[in-house]
Design a protein around this ligand. Sequence first.
Ligand SMILES: [Ca+2]
Length: 202
Amino acid sequence: MPTQRPKVRATTRVPTRSRATAEPPRASTPDWMEELLTLLRNQNRVQMTTAAPKTKAPKPRKGGRTGRRRGQRRKNKPTSIPSQPRNGAVRLMNGNAKGRDRGRVEIFISGEWGTVCDDLWTSKAAAVVCRQLGYAFVIRATKKAEFGEGRSLPILLDDVQCTGREKTLLECSHADVGKHNCSHKEDAGVICSHEEVFESEQ
Ligand SMILES: [Ca+2]
């Protein structure tokens, strides 16, 4: 039995419709070319249908916008890197794990996280940090690494002075980023609250 197969199975490969329409201009386009063309077209179709599910749509999007036109615009938006925090973003470290309402203040500036020195650190600065994190109230500003020393990080801010109205800690006046006369024993922190609480002051 001959193992050789016919190269082209006309029944599966060439749709009857295209064959019918292809018949009149047969003189100009030879059969082999017609078959090649349909083959290429089919290949394209197959590639497109298999490739489409692979390209994952970048799901996370800021805000709650859900609607997106399919197919369009996708190429315009790859610049937003979702994992990168905004410049001036803050986080609280080493506080209580549950509420995250307190901790050592760390700030993200120019691509890196760092700590804040407690020189001139007041509740006004703490209020800015708390508001940035969604807390309406500040209980107090903490000093002297009350929430531990962020030794693995650079000390990015020193001599921070806020009016309390700034949107981010970075907007407060401060020494040049990275310049300080501090050690991590002076790491600043905050205790925030969603409710107005009066801690007994001394
Ligand atoms: Ca200082």
